[in-house]
Ligand binder design. Structure first.
Ligand SMILES: Cc1ncc(COP(=O)(O)O)c(C=O)c1O
Length: 384
């Protein structure tokens, strides 16, 4: 089993960082990759035309391994989730009487594009809410998503786990339902890919969009997108030169090509050969692949579970393990004194997000027993 990897990071002593869902800390090796990338620009004469392609292609290969995808050319770099979702929105079908299904309180980058296209094409956006007054909240929420999909659904846009409370969605069953009605399935993997196994082969989404700076351990402003066959002949958001056929031939760039590069490369962001961000992202994904995502999930489970039991004994509500991941957990309590909790967390240098009367706990391989011990202690003294 994986052991603590804290030594690979630069977290300060005494800090309990339980907020990878906000932003991951940078690994020392990823930081070094960025420094080397920056230094490279000091000698631009060492940057060859080939270099514009090599590392992005390596990144595609590594990420393809991570998400169990057989065709790396379906993977492109994007600057943000909103960019990936805008690409989907630009290429989806729909019209009056059709509908789009999302979750209530889903992350805005996976909501605004659908509200906009819903309005412009006269489509309903169905926002499926959790029923908080049930003891089978996660199960019920999954069932309600399935019930919202009908013959007029053109797109279902979901996360694998909800960003604020960690509820897990059964993508295999949801995929089956979308296929039956011919709807696209688009997943925002930002809060799961990198910590919870994801398989393109198994879930068969039409698109998987992911920011790189959380569970993928990358820098800010780079993400990764997978686009399936449904997008094969679509229109990219921008017409950049490097995505056109034969762009490798720098001397022939003005022999303008009507054709794009293969697979989904037409959707890759302009200047994708980012000589600082790409090597950093690549190093991070290599490290994740060498740890193995299942191992990371197991690490979070073994570290977190005994402490979650203690919280339950103190009366905190935590989703049934069947309907949540082990890396991102919502912890609720009605009489939680939020102001007191926030002050206590701060005083003990504990970093976790507080939203309403619930706390979002994020566990990763740099966390240790000590972090959870402090967290549980502070939760216990923050009830009014
Ligand atoms: C689920 C989810 N998606 C996307 C993002 C980031 O979106 P963007 O890359 O558009 O800023 C976040 C950030 O917190 C998130 O939690």
């Amino acid at each position: 089993m994986l052991e603590s990897q804290k030594h690979l990071f630069s977290l300060e002593e005494g800090v309990h960082y339980l907020n990878c869902a906000y932003m991951s800390p940078l690994m020392k090796s990823v930081q070094e990759a960025g420094i080397q990338g920056m230094k490279g620009k000091s000698q631009p004469y060492n940057v060859s035309p080939e270099d514009f392609f090599t590392e992005t292609n390596e990144l595609r290969n590594e990420y393809a391994r991570l998400i169990d995808c057989t065709d790396p050319f379906r993977i492109v770099t994007i600057p943000s989730v909103s960019y990936g979702m805008a690409t989907v929105a630009k290429n989806m079908k729909g019209g009056k009487g059709k509908n789009i299904v999302v979750l209530a309180e889903q992350f805005p980058s996976n909501v605004y594009p659908w509200l906009k296209i819903g309005e412009s094409k006269n489509m309903e956006v169905r926002s499926v809410k959790a029923r908080d007054n049930t003891n089978e909240r996660g199960k019920q929420w999954n069932e309600d998503v399935l019930a919202a999909i009908d013959n007029n659904t053109v797109l279902v846009a979901l996360p694998h786990v909800h960003w604020s409370d960690g509820t897990l969605f059964d993508l295999k069953t949801i995929r089956k339902a979308t296929k039956e009605v011919g709807a696209l399935l688009v997943i925002d993997g930002t809060q799961s890919v990198g910590a919870l196994p994801f398989s393109i082969k198994e879930f068969q989404p039409d698109a998987l969009i992911c920011a790189g700076y959380k569970w993928l351990f990358g820098p800010y402003s780079i993400g990764l997108a997978y686009f399936g066959e449904a997008f094969d002949n679509g229109e990219p958001l921008e017409e950049n030169w490097i995505n056109r056929l034969n762009s490798e031939d720098f001397s022939g760039l003005v022999k303008y090509s009507p054709e794009y590069q293969k697979g989904s490369l037409r959707y890759e962001v302009g200047e994708h050969s980012n000589f600082i961000l790409i090597p950093m992202m690549l190093q991070a994904i290599r490290q994740l692949n060498s740890w193995k995502i299942q191992e990371i999930q197991e690490y979070a489970k073994h570290l977190g579970n005994p402490w979650l039991e203690k919280l339950k004994e103190k009366g905190f509500e935590i989703e049934d393990s069947k309907y949540r991941g082990s890396h991102l957990i919502g912890i609720r309590k009605l009489n939680l004194n939020v102001n007191k909790l926030q002050q206590n967390l701060k005083d003990h240098k504990i970093f976790a997000s507080v939203r309403g009367n619930s706390v979002r706990l994020a566990i990763n391989v740099f966390n240790e027993d000590e972090d959870l011990n402090e967290f549980v202690k502070v939760m216990g003294i923050s009830i009014s």
